[in-house]
Write a protein that binds this ligand. Sequence first.
Ligand SMILES: Nc1nc2c(ncn2[C@@H]2O[C@H](COP(=O)(O)OP(=O)(O)OP(=O)(O)O)[C@@H](O)[C@H]2O)c(=O)[nH]1
Ligand SMILES: [Mg+2]
Length: 413
Amino acid sequence: MVVIGLVGKPSSGKSTTLNSLTDANAKVGAFPFTTIDPNKATGYLEVDCACARVGKQEECSPTYGYCRDGKRGVPIMLLDVAGLVPNAHLGRGLGNKFLSDLTEADCLIHIVDASGCTDAEGKATRGYDPLKDIEWLQEEIFRWILGNLMDKWPSVVKRHIATKSTALETLRQQLGGYSANKKLIGKALDRYPEVHGTPLPPLEKWDQDTIEDVVRCFMDVKFPTVLSLNKMDHPDADKNVSKIILKYPDSKTILTSSITEVFLRKLADQNYIKYEPGTEFVDTIDDLGPESGLKEIDDKIRNRIENVRDLVLYRFGSTGVVDLLKAAAELLELVPVYPVRNINSFSSGDGGAFKDCLLVKRGTPVINVARKIMGDVTIAHIEGVGGVKVGEEDTVDVGKNDILCFKIAPGGK
Ligand SMILES: Nc1nc2c(ncn2[C@@H]2O[C@H](COP(=O)(O)OP(=O)(O)OP(=O)(O)O)[C@@H](O)[C@H]2O)c(=O)[nH]1
Ligand SMILES: [Mg+2]
C-alpha cells in the first residue's frame, strides 16, 4: 500500500489532519509533542472508478475501500509522526526517532501552520513567519540523511574501490535503509546531471559538495512533498500563504483547515448535517426541511456552521484535506489499476465487479503489475477490455491498460 507521511513542527496540525482523513482518533493538543509514537491509519484516495466507464456501477464491490456511483476510495496508509524541531538531526526535541519512522513513506505531506500562531518549536505566539518552517524542515531531513552517510564515508569509498562496485551498487547499500530500491536510487543518480548540467564524477572522487548534491537529488525522489498550508480558518493565514506561494511557485500547495474537516465529519456522523467531504456543500435541517431526517440544531451549532461557511468553505471551496491526497497521488503519478479474473464481467470469480484496485506508477509495464499481484508464476498472456491481448511491455496509464486479466500458463506455478 502507498504510504504518506505527515510531517511538520509540533502543533502544526498533523494529528488533526490524520483524524480528518481517516477514522483515527489520534490525540490532538495545543502543546508541542502531543504525539510521540507514530499513528497509522487508512485514508482513501478518491479516483474515478473503471466501473463507471463500462456501466458496472451497480455491480462494483471493492474488497477494500468503497465505490459510490463511480467514485472509488482506494486505501492508502497515512503516517502521523512526532513533531520535528530545528536541529532534530542533532537529537533536539524527540530527535531522530521520528525521522526513522518516516523511512517507509513514499511521499510526505508537510503540514505548515500558516496562521503564524506557533513558533518553530510549536509554542503559541503571534506573527511567526511560516516560510521559515518550509526551509528548515527540508534542511533537517537533508542533514539527517547526509549525517548518516558522512559518518561512514571513508569506509564506503574504500569498500567501493576494493569491490569495484558501481555508484548505484554502493549507494544501494548505504541508502537502502530508507526503503529505497535500486530503481529509486538510479533515478536519484540520473537527476544529478539534469540538475547540475555536468556528469556525475566517479564516486571515489566525490567531495563534500558532490555528496551533498547527490543527497539532495535522493531527497527529491525519495520524499516528494506536498505543502499543506493549514489553519486557513485563521485571519492571519492569508498573507502568509501569499508569501509562501510566491517563494515556492513550483511546489504542490494545498490550503487546508483540518480542524474544520474534523468538525464537519463529526456533525455529519451525528446526523446534524449532510456533508460531502471535499466539497463546500453543508446542509442542515434549515436547508433541507424535516423530511431530510436531520436533527434539529441549536443556535450555537448554527453559528459555528455559519462561521465555517464564511471563513473556509465559501472562501476556499472546501476544507482542502481531500485534495491533499489527490495532490500526493499526482506527485507520485499514481494510476489505479484493476486486475480481474473475468475480462467480460470484470468479476474475480465470485460475483461483483472490480473487487481489486491497486495504485501503480504511470508508465509501469503491465508485466510488472502482474508480478506485483501474482508473484513468480508463469504468465501465458495478458488481456485488456474486450479480451484484447496486451503486450507485456505495454505501459499503464489512466484509462489505458488499467483493466487487466492475467492468464497463467497451464501447469505454470
Ligand atoms: N485554527 C485551527 N487550529 C487547528 C487546525 N488544525 C489543528 N489545529 C489546532 O492546532 C493544535 C495542534 O494540533 P495537533 O493536530 O495536535 O498538532 P500536531 O502537529 O499533531 O502536534 P504534535 O503531535 O505535538 O507534533 C490543536 O490545538 C488543534 O486544535 C486548523 O485547521 N485550524
Ligand atoms: Mg500530533
